[in-house]
Design a protein around this ligand. Sequence first.
Ligand SMILES: *Cc1c(COP(=O)(O)O)cnc(C)c1O
Length: 240
Amino acid sequence: MTDLEKNLIEVQRRIRTAAESAGRNPDDITLIAVSKTFSAEMLVAAYQLGVRHFGENRVEEAETKIPQVSRQLETIALSNYPTIQLAWHMVGHIQHRKVKDAVKLFDFIHSVDSAALADRLSRRASAEHKAIPVLLQVNISGEASKNGFPRQTLLDSINEILKLSHLDIQGLMTMAPIVPEPDAARPHFRALRELRDELRARFPDLAWQHLSMGMTDDFEAAIAEGATMVRIGRAIFGER
Ligand SMILES: *Cc1c(COP(=O)(O)O)cnc(C)c1O
């Protein structure tokens, strides 16, 4: 068994255990393998082990890697897989000049971190005649170093954002601060869930179904607080 396979089995086991201890269905949690800095070959190996959701944080890197992975999978698909099914998730900050490329490359954007970016993404998606599934990234801890809407800024601009016709807003995303032990991140995850509940009560036309939270060091705490998507890199692929 390769390290990758061992790691993946262990992460899947930990997700199941965390879900069950929280009285949740493990199938309600999507594992997003955050593959930034890792090679196309590693991603193809992960695909062959069943991974279908990949997360990248830089458009430039995705621009070269996504076509490489697609080409390699097409070769394999001829013999082993009837269709290639995978989803590319953008989890990092998107510069305005990269909006067009991001809309082309990614199936799901977790990192909508300003009203200006939301507007640009919606316009670009409109030009491509599609609606793009997104999450609104919230700086729930308020740390200066973190991207994302400050909570109050999001509440102030949410009416405008919800008018954008080509964004398919599915929920919220956050990154917890680095803390000495994972349970210390729980209040931040809980705060994101409570913000989601508040938005859902005010805007019930949207389902607000996703909470993207939890990484290698804190995903169990995030699952305990309601994460539906966990973004895990190092625990699967190894140290970067
Ligand atoms: C890198 C990254 C992750 C994964 O982090 P690990 O510590 O490797 O699990 C998750 N989310 C975002 C936004 C990232 O940039």
